[in-house]
Design a protein around this ligand. Structure first.
Ligand SMILES: Cc1cc2nc3c(=O)[nH]c(=O)nc-3n(C[C@H](O)[C@H](O)[C@H](O)COP(=O)(O)OP(=O)(O)OC[C@H]3O[C@@H](n4cnc5c(N)ncnc54)[C@H](O)[C@@H]3O)c2cc1C
Length: 295
């Protein structure tokens, strides 16, 4: 299929892009932003998206960067996943974010698809939103009134829906550097490498005096947004790591899921089962990376 007809504009700057978006909104014209096109172009082609105007961000080279500033890695929204994959700074300073990038689609998709596009798309089975929640990332959003910063736990609202308003642009994703001594794990189960995950998990924890501290356990592919598994986190906080404890945390995490998604790929019950498996595997791996051993 081919897209329905649309007008096409290519702003030169982020400020010009937001003033275009504001003008279209004021005039009652539906405009949608195009970044790498890896999610949006298929929707256009299938006519599931029929905007009046496509605002292409391809000239916004100023939104393509990766740099460290005061313990935070700032990534411009138009940076591709391939650029993240090849960044030594990210490999060394934020290995969890790097590892999750390698699980996104295939090389061709990572070469076109942008970091900002994945956050804005907010697919419930996507890797980056889960990692954003696990790492406490922040999103910088530009509108005609200026910039605002939104923490990840307020950014993802529901299925394919974020805090970004139709007149705004996501301009930067801010990733805290992984603190020394932090163990991490990123795991997902998918039918084939490159597929969206059926269920996946992103975990960080520290070991302090031989007990688990400050655990962050996030699952994705189980609901409309990634979910922080607070009962599982409480179950391991202050406890010495053990296979039995982590299996219990998996049970608690699975019980915590109100109604896991069901679709052609997996039933709700199968997803609940995978949630247990993923939580336990992630906790074992994160403990090892934190320098601990599991009894
Ligand atoms: C075969 C295939 C397999 C895939 N597998 C995976 C996978 O395993 N995991 C995964 O996470 N993704 C996967 N994807 C999706 C891919 O990662 C996309 O790159 C990503 O979802 C969107 O990024 P994009 O730059 O292509 O954005 P686009 O497709 O251009 O845009 C996506 C949405 O975000 C909005 N948007 C984009 N940038 C901005 C911005 N700066 N500000 C505001 N709104 C913005 C657009 O308006 C649009 O609504 C797959 C895609 C394909 C085709």
């Amino acid at each position: 299929m081919k897209p329905a007809p649309f007008d096409y504009v290519v702003p030169e700057t982020a400020e010009e892009a937001v003033s275009c978006l504001q003008k279209y909104e004021d005039d009652g014209i539906e405009a949608t932003v195009l970044a790498g096109g890896q999610s949006f172009v298929p929707l256009l082609n299938m006519r599931m998206a029929r905007p009046d105007v496509v605002v292409d961000l391809r000239k916004l080279k100023t939104l393509k960067y990766i740099r460290e500033e005061d313990g935070v890695i700032a990534i411009g929204a138009m940076t591709t996943k391939r650029e993240v994959e090849e960044s030594e700074l990210i490999q060394q300073r934020q290995p969890l974010f790097h590892a999750s990038t390698l699980e996104i689609g295939h090389l061709q998709i990572r070469s076109r698809g942008t970091v900002g596009g994945s956050m804005a798309q907010a697919d419930p089975a996507a890797e980056y939103p889960a990692v954003a929640l696990a790492l406490g990332m922040e999103m910088k959003i530009l509108g005609t009134d200026g910039e605002r910063i939104v923490p990840a736990d307020e950014f993802f609202i529901t299925y394919l829906t974020t805090e970004i308003d139709s007149t705004e642009l996501l301009t930067e994703v801010r990733v805290p550097v992984l603190a020394e001594g932090t163990g991490w794990s990123f795991q997902e189960l998918a039918r084939r490498h490159g597929d969206f995950a059926i269920v996946g998990g992103a975990v960080t924890l520290r070991l302090d005096g031989g007990v688990c501290t400050d655990p962050h356990i996030v699952l994705f592919g189980v609901g409309a947004t990634p979910v922080r598994m607070t009962a599982a986190e409480s179950a391991i906080s202050g406890q010495a790591p053990s296979a039995e404890l982590f299996a219990q945390a998996g049970e608690q995490g699975a019980a915590e899921l109100e109604s896991p998604m069901a679709d052609v790929h997996a039933s709700a019950e199968y997803r609940r089962h995978l949630a247990k498996v993923i939580i336990k595997r992630c906790l074992l791996e994160a403990t090892e990376r934190a320098g601990g051993s599991v009894s």
